[in-house]
Design a protein around this ligand. Structure first.
Ligand SMILES: *[C@@H]1O[C@H](CO)[C@@H](O)[C@H](O)[C@H]1NC(C)=O
Ligand SMILES: *[C@@H]1O[C@H](CO)[C@@H](O)[C@H](O)[C@H]1NC(C)=O
Ligand SMILES: *[C@@H]1O[C@H](CO)[C@@H](O)[C@H](O)[C@H]1NC(C)=O
Ligand SMILES: *[C@@H]1O[C@H](CO)[C@@H](O)[C@H](O)[C@H]1NC(C)=O
Ligand SMILES: *[C@@H]1O[C@H](CO)[C@@H](O)[C@H](O)[C@H]1NC(C)=O
Ligand SMILES: *[C@@H]1O[C@H](CO)[C@@H](O)[C@H](O)[C@H]1NC(C)=O
Ligand SMILES: *[C@@H]1O[C@H](CO)[C@@H](O)[C@H](O)[C@H]1NC(C)=O
Ligand SMILES: *[C@@H]1O[C@H](CO)[C@@H](O)[C@H](O)[C@H]1NC(C)=O
Ligand SMILES: *[C@@H]1O[C@H](CO)[C@@H](O)[C@H](O)[C@H]1NC(C)=O
Ligand SMILES: *[C@@H]1O[C@H](CO)[C@@H](O)[C@H](O)[C@H]1NC(C)=O
Ligand SMILES: *[C@@H]1O[C@H](CO)[C@@H](O)[C@H](O)[C@H]1NC(C)=O
Length: 454
């Protein structure tokens, strides 16, 4: 049996010899025709030449071939800064599996993404990201690329648009899909149904796509592998709980910054036990919170959670209860907790629980009352502590000197009183200390420390 296998492999190689020796002439001609449409002022494609020693197109820059058949399988001109046009001659590369033109100024006729890209039957990887010369409508012919596993169409200009993404459902092998900053404002609101037909999907990037809704019940969830969902900067403005993604327990990174979702976070969030980061911040003066937004979900089982950022997005809450609901795992990974300007009331819990991995804690611009608990000294990894603009009272606990990694300590605009613990001066890495607008007395003296105590 083993011998038979060896023989057949041997014959395969022998049969392919003529092709392998140079490269398939039809494919070489297609590449040369493509090259004619490219303005290669830097000579990047210098190796792409007809004739002589350089006949072997498999050795040209950016090209890879199947070692057995000699067919071109990869065309990778990513980050090459070439400009020009995609010649339809490329269709001859029937065995192409990998096409990367990211970061180039290459475009199709009239600046559109050419429809013929849908003809590469074997394509698995298509990267057309950051190609500023593209504009116009996204061709639905991409739905013919049924073997596609990776599709990156993300861009920083939004001149490419689509009015219908139903063709995506014909790409069931997709693992990675990024359409960030494409204009999808006109696609039907039930677009999550299309996404739900991509069961292999692990990454979905839809930043800044002008989507106006993510509200869609899914009767059956096929997306059991989705780990990364980015909806940053889409004005969704509907209840958080009606979003389609809450039952996806494989989720690791969920970015809902500037989505203007409102209402209560659903309890299903507490079941997302793979979650590593959740972002739900509104920024600056872009919006005043019109609708009440609250987070009272029990997050105790989210043992992998590393980052939670909820800046300027909640309309209120009780900080004692909020911290009590944070992960309570034997190895707590929570490193970043940022939630300034959320109208939080209540006191800092006396017991810091298991938040001992915190490196950054921002609770500024809330209505937190009571003292800074001595337990703050247990945050031994903390580098950034911002409790400014609250109603904190009492003295600064000397235990803070145990936070030896502190770089920024911001306690201004509170009602702190009594002596500043002199031990603060021993925090060697501290470069920013703001104690202004309190009723503190005493001095901190140390070189290279910017101290505000107006
Ligand atoms: C090729 O690029 C150079 C330098 O950017 C430019 O001067 C020239 O007009 C371009 N030629 C074509 C045919 O686009
Ligand atoms: C572009 O392609 C290169 C490989 O040529 C890859 O390393 C890089 O991450 C890609 N850039 C983007 C933005 O996808
Ligand atoms: C490719 O897709 C288009 C539009 O979706 C369709 O009309 C066409 O028949 C497809 N071509 C092939 C070769 O499958
Ligand atoms: C997106 O396309 C719509 C029309 O479909 C247009 O009204 C809107 O201005 C576009 N948005 C952006 C950001 O270009
Ligand atoms: C996925 O789920 C939908 C329900 O939204 C169902 O109709 C469909 O058959 C499922 N199909 C696949 C391939 O995932
Ligand atoms: C999530 O699952 C619950 C029950 O398990 C169901 O009631 C709810 O509709 C589901 N949410 C979505 C958005 O599909
Ligand atoms: C979001 O859209 C709503 C209308 O759907 C609008 O009232 C609101 O001002 C928008 N918010 C932002 C921040 O653009
Ligand atoms: C959380 O998961 C448990 C077990 O799978 C399930 O019984 C419960 O309904 C889920 N809760 C929510 C709010 O989805
Ligand atoms: C927080 O304090 C501000 C200023 O004192 C006050 O206007 C606001 O009503 C307070 N919010 C809550 C939720 O207590
Ligand atoms: C905050 O919650 C704690 C614990 O439930 C409670 O004792 C306290 O009264 C609450 N504080 C405010 C201001 O509501
Ligand atoms: C202080 O900062 C330096 C440089 O960033 C770092 O190597 C050192 O570990 C820090 N010291 C402490 C006590 O964290």
């Amino acid at each position: 049996m083993a011998a038979a296998t060896t023989w057949s492999s041997f014959f395969l190689i022998t049969d392919a010899r003529p092709a392998h020796a140079s490269c398939i002439p039809r494919e070489r001609d297609a590449l040369l025709a493509f090259n004619e449409g490219i303005n290669d002022t830097d000579g990047y494609l210098g190796s792409w030449q007809q004739g002589g020693r350089r006949q072997h197109c498999c050795r040209w820059v950016g090209i890879s071939c199947n070692k057995v058949t000699g067919h071109v399988t990869q065309l990778d001109l990513g980050q090459s800064f070439l400009v020009g046009h995609i010649n339809p001659s490329l269709i001859s590369l029937e065995h192409l599996e990998y096409l990367n033109l990211n970061g180039t100024g290459i475009t199709g006729p009239n600046g559109v993404i050419p429809e013929f890209l849908g003809s590469f039957q074997s394509l698995k990887h298509l990267d057309l990201s950051e190609m500023p010369a593209f504009s116009g409508i996204l061709p639905r012919q991409l739905g013919n690329l049924t073997k596609l596993e990776y599709l990156d169409l993300s861009t920083s200009n939004s001149a490419v648009y689509s009015t219908d993404v139903s063709w995506l459902s014909r790409l069931p092998r997709l693992v990675y899909l990024d359409m960030s900053y494409m204009n999808l404002s006109s696609i039907p609101a039930d677009w999550p149904l299309v996404v739900n037909m991509l069961p292999s999907l692990e990454y979905l990037g839809l930043r800044g796509c002008s989507l106006s809704s993510a509200s869609q019940p899914l009767t059956h969830l096929n997306l059991t592998n989705l780990q990364h969902l980015d909806l940053f900067y889409n004005n969704l403005s509907h209840p958080i709980a009606s979003s389609w993604f809450w039952n996806i327990t494989s989720m690791e990174h969920l970015n809902l910054d500037e989505t203007y979702l409102y209402g209560a976070f659903p309890d299903a969030l507490g079941n997302m036990t793979s979650l590593m980061s959740l972002r739900f911040s509104h920024f600056a003066d872009s919006v005043t919170i019109v609708y009440p937004t609250t987070m009272t979900v029990d997050l105790k089982n989210l043992c992998d959670l590393e980052r939670l950022t909820l800046d300027e997005s909640l309309s209120g809450g009780n900080i004692t209860e909020f911290i009590d609901n944070l992960p309570q795992c034997s190895s707590n990974r929570l490193q970043y907790l940022a939630m300034h300007s959320n109208n939080m009331v209540g006191m800092m819990p006396t017991d810091v629980g298991k938040l001992t991995s915190l490196q950054l804690l921002i609770l500024s611009h809330n209505n937190i009352t009571g003292p800074i608990p001595p337990g703050i000294g247990d945050y031994t990894y903390i580098e950034y502590l911002d409790l400014a603009h609250n109603y904190l009272t009492g003295s600064i606990p000397p235990h803070i000197a145990s936070c030896t990694r502190l770089v920024h300590l911001l306690l201004s605009d509170n009602r702190l009183s009594a002596h500043i613990p002199s031990k603060i001066g021993m925090l060697r890495n501290l470069t920013e200390l703001d104690l202004s607008r309190n009723s503190l007395d005493g001095e901190v003296t140390r070189e290279h420390l910017v101290i505000s105590r107006a």
